[in-house]
Write a protein that binds this ligand. Sequence first.
Ligand code: TYM
Length: 332
Amino acid sequence: MDTPSGKTVLSGIQPSGSLHLGNYLGALKQWVELQESNTVYYCIVDLHAITVPYEPTEYQSRVLDATAGLLAVGIDPERSTLFAQSQVPAHTELNWLLSTTTPLGELERMTQFKDKQAKQREKSSLGLFAYPVLQAADILLYQAHAVPVGEDQVQHIELARDIAKRFNNRYAKIFTLPEAYVPKGAARIKSLTDPTKKMSKSDESEKSYIALMDEPEVIRKKIMSAVTETEPVFSFTDSGPAVQNLLQIFAAVSGETHEAIEKQFAGSAYKTFKEALADVVIAQLTPIRERYQELRADENKLKEVLATGREQAAAIANPTLAAAKEAMGFLV
Ligand code: TYM
């Protein structure tokens, strides 16, 4: 879809592990841009992140880490409603209502569920299976038109749209039909150690992803040791997947065109290209890391931001939930 303007936008991120360059280029950069001319809701999806094993004693810290991270990348609480999902109970209530009209077969098709289930077969829970229904509730409560996400989430947004359509047909036209807003080029940043996988914070190898808060020398080391194909070819279409991924990162971070980048590195050695890539990534992430350190030190401030966000979010979510319940025949 074209860049939304004058629309309602919602997106979410799990507070598990560190924010990484895939999150940033695939989603968070767009979150920041969309604040300019849309009504935006950004949600730290702490209820989603407990569908895989997690540590309760550290969980509040993880949510505050994510809050500070989002502020550090440029989410402005004056222009965005930034909140924690678990603090707005309408999400879980709508989740239940929507789950009663979602066919099992649609959930069984979800690739994220299949991947996560394959990794932890005996332990996978009903919550993991129902995950996309809660995600639909997140989106539909705010009547979002646009959902800025990376490519891996498109299937979930399409399911949310189907859930909304089904509800609107069966009960009453309550929900806006959402659409995914996916960036061109950076929608699927790959692992630096295995370009067949996406860059992910749950990867066992820390070398596979660049965390937004990595120190410059760590970033440089990870980029210098990123896998490449044998022959240095710098082409967005003809290089192998490992080099194409690095080129995509270069383009998304530097904002330069593909042609300019291909020309700049034609005939270069990998080392030269990787040094230049490390330079642009470090230049972009250093101010974010510095702001993060400052923001993370003031927990009261972070909790205040979430308290304000929670009120603003509830003021929109509660009336939508009430309308949905009424349409379904409940006393409200
Ligand atoms: P999560 O927390 O895994 O990721 C947050 C965002 O980052 C994007 N992303 C990537 N983009 C490009 N390349 C990558 N390697 C990469 N890795 C992650 C994701 O696409 C996402 O946009 N289910 C969602 C969270 C969620 C949500 C929502 C999103 C819950 N409710 C409502 C939108 C609307 C998730 O697990 O994101």
